[in-house]
Design a protein around this ligand. Structure first.
Ligand SMILES: NC(=O)c1ccc[n+]([C@@H]2O[C@H](COP(=O)([O-])OP(=O)(O)OC[C@H]3O[C@@H](n4cnc5c(N)ncnc54)[C@H](OP(=O)(O)O)[C@@H]3O)[C@@H](O)[C@H]2O)c1
Length: 241
């Protein structure tokens, strides 16, 4: 039997890397899409992943990458749109407009290009309507509870959330499309102790979830074949606090 194919963006570190590891454990043939070449990309290649450089801020780079994937496989069983840029709003309105265009390109247009560009491969990967293929878009709990200091980022993730609903309708019944909305999964290196304390103070479960909490939800979506168009919080209850 041929291995199922997965395409994962942002594979070079953190959640994207952990997702690729879990999919390799499950026997997937993984296309690990990255911007910066890292030791983690080397580890994935050693395990058999196909590393593919793609800059999601550049539509031409996405087109090239799509052509490469399509030359290597006619079927895709799983697409995980994980890569994202996260920056606080620029104070000056001209700079803010340029920043917003970039965030929308990386966080919503690029995932849409991948869903559209791989739609025939995703459809062809469905061998039976009881086993549709899957797209998982990683958004953010800020879709429901935006942080005004990051308004452009939040709006770009809200656009991806809405695209999840459109593509769930467009690609059914052969392909399922769902979103996971992480809360505090793993702080970034530039978060201060004060930042961490204030986020955890408004998280019901009072701790970081760790990358596994999202990876487990991706695996749950793979296993539950009756879910599509779902926007699933994995946030330790932060949206309620
Ligand atoms: N960590 C959390 O607690 C948390 C909370 C809410 C939502 N999320 C969401 O969960 C996902 C993963 O989180 P994370 O913490 O692992 O993110 P992260 O550490 O910020 O990593 C982002 C990934 O996206 C890639 N990327 C950024 N811009 C790119 C571009 N122009 N082209 C190609 N790749 C690009 C980065 O590649 P480089 O290595 O080249 O920079 C990196 O691999 C993201 O969608 C994030 O918004 C995370």
């Amino acid at each position: 039997m041929t291995a199922p194919v997965a395409v994962v963006t942002g594979a070079g570190r953190r959640l994207g890397f952990c997702t690729c590891q879990a999919l390799l454990d499950r026997g997937y043939r993984v296309f690990a899409l990255y911007r910066t070449s890292t030791d983690e990309i080397g580890q994935l290649v050693e395990r058999g992943a196909i590393a593919l450089a793609m800059d999601l801020s550049d539509p031409a780079s996405i087109e090239q990458g799509l052509a490469h994937i399509r030359s290597q496989t006619s079927t895709v069983q799983l697409l995980v749109n994980n890569a994202s840029e996260f920056t606080a709003d620029e104070p000056e309105h001209g700079a803010l407009a340029r920043q917003a265009a970039r965030l929308f390109q990386i966080n919503s247009t690029a995932p849409m290009m991948l869903m559209a560009g791989l739609s025939d491969c995703l459809r062809a990967g469905c061998s039976s309507l009881t086993e549709p293929t899957l797209v998982v878009n990683i958004t953010d709990i800020f879709v429901e509870k935006p942080n005004p200091k990051f308004a452009a980022y939040c709006a770009s993730k809200a656009a991806l959330s809405n695209l999840t609903l459109s593509y769930a309708r467009l690609l059914a019944p052969e392909v399922r499309v769902n979103a996971i909305m992480p809360g505090p999964i793993r702080f970034l290196p530039d978060h201060t102790e004060q930042d961490k304390a204030s986020v955890l103070a408004e998280t019901l479960l009072a701790r970081e979830g760790g990358f596994d909490s999202v990876v487990q939800q991706i695996i749950a979506l793979l296993d539950n074949q009756f879910m599509t168009g779902a926007l699933i919080p994995v946030d330790g209850g932060r949206r309620l606090a």
